[in-house]
Design a protein around this ligand. Structure first.
Ligand SMILES: Cc1ncc(COP(=O)(O)O)c(C=O)c1O
Length: 361
């Protein structure tokens, strides 16, 4: 079998080896079915079972009650930037909290639909931090408040949801969904592109509170209407059958390994190991995010010069650590250590970084 290297990519990202092996083993023919998941009809009993089990397992993992519907859609999280305002704006006004490039992209689409109040933005501080509750200028009559729970590019993360009173809370959780248990009851809608913590690219997971569906107007284009997708149980058109199958396997992998409580512990320890290495380097490595806003999923940092950064990335890449180059808008380095990233990979990266510092510091 081909040797695997450490994949620090921000997404599509590393998936659990057990899941890849199971998918590989069963790709030729699903046990007892005699056909590949790539070949079966989305209207078949086999696929019904796959999609329903995936939903049930996700409900278990996140304690999602019957007040919510679960959807698997297409068009990426980026299409949700449009679907959220098109469906949820009743009085054509919403609050957006801007904590990075993805929030800005969500804002751009929302502005096409209604009047947007920017409740807070940390752009002037290069998105180094998450705004504090008392900085939020929320409009109590807004149709909803939108925020991005984890800022993939800047490496910042909300550690608790913004308090928004009775206004429906909408979250882009693309890069930290399932990394810990959250109280779904605080949200009206959560969406996430699957390709970081949930599965392969091509599927978008949406959790929507049932009362929100009343807002979806019949005049909306069919494929943009949450109500239609709910009425058709995500099967209005041909869904990403393979992606949903892999999400199902990942949900089972999480359940088998102690659920999200255990996942959070593992994630916390992995991130701490890396942040400690940065903090104890005497300034050789410097974290981008403010300490109280640090992400457990994307660790962003710089070295003292760009030359050193390039050198580290090149040497790391040669040593089997792939995908450490920071996003072009921030520069520096970024280690994405999502759920499936192995703790041993973080330990090995830390040893590599210490060794690099010794030789170049
Ligand atoms: C937080 C966040 N939101 C949205 C997106 C866009 O997702 P997609 O490529 O699925 O449209 C990304 C992609 O990296 C992301 O990290």
């Amino acid at each position: 079998m081909e040797k695997r290297i450490y994949n620090f990519s921000a997404g599509p990202a590393v998936l659990p080896e057990e899941v890849l092996k199971e998918a590989q083993e069963n790709l030729f023919a699903l046990p007892g079915v005699g056909m590949s998941i790539l070949e079966i009809s989305h209207r078949s009993k086999t696929f019904d079972k796959i999609i329903n089990e995936a939903k049930e397992d996700l409900r278990k993992l996140l304690d999602i009650n019957d007040n919510y519907e679960l959807l698997f859609l297409q068009g990426g999280a980026s299409l949700q930037f449009s679907m959220v305002p098109l469906n949820l704006m009743k009085n054509n006004k919403a609050d957006y909290i801007i904590t990075g490039s993805w929030s800005k992209k969500a804002l751009k689409e929302a502005k096409r639909v209604g009047t947007i109040n920017i409740a807070a933005s940390t752009e002037e501080e290069k998105f180094k931090r998450i705004p504090k509750q008392d900085e939020l200028k929320l409009d109590p009559s807004a149709d909803y408040v939108h925020f991005t729970s984890n800022n993939t590019i800047y490496g910042t993360q909300w550690h608790t949801e913004p308090g928004v009173g009775n206004v429906p809370l909408v979250c882009d959780a693309s890069s930290d969904i399932l990394h810990r248990k959250i109280d779904v009851n605080k949200y009206a809608l959560i969406y996430a592109g699957a390709q970081k913590n949930m599965g392969p690219a091509g599927v978008t997971f949406v959790v929507i509170r049932k009362d929100m569906l009343e807002r979806s107007s019949d005049s909306l284009h069919t494929m943009l209407n949450y109500k239609i997708h709910v009425e058709n149980a995500s099967l209005y058109n041909t869904p990403t059958t393979f992606g949903i199958y892999i999400i199902g396997l990942i949900a089972k992998w999480l359940l088998k390994n102690g659920g999200l409580e255990n996942m959070y512990k593992v994630n916390f320890d992995k991130a701490n190991l890396l942040y400690n290495c940065i903090d104890e380097s005497g300034g050789f490595f410097k974290g981008h995010a403010a300490k109280d806003s640090r992400s457990l999923m994307n660790v962003t940092f710089n070295l003292t010069t760009e030359e050193l950064e390039k050198k580290l990335i090149a040497e790391a890449s040669a040593a089997g650590f792939d995908g450490l180059k920071g996003h072009r808008s921030v520069g520096g380095l970024r280690a994405s250590i999502y759920n499936a990233f192995p703790p041993k990979g973080v330990e090995d990266l830390v040893s590599f970084m210490k060794d690099f510092q010794q030789k170049n510091g």
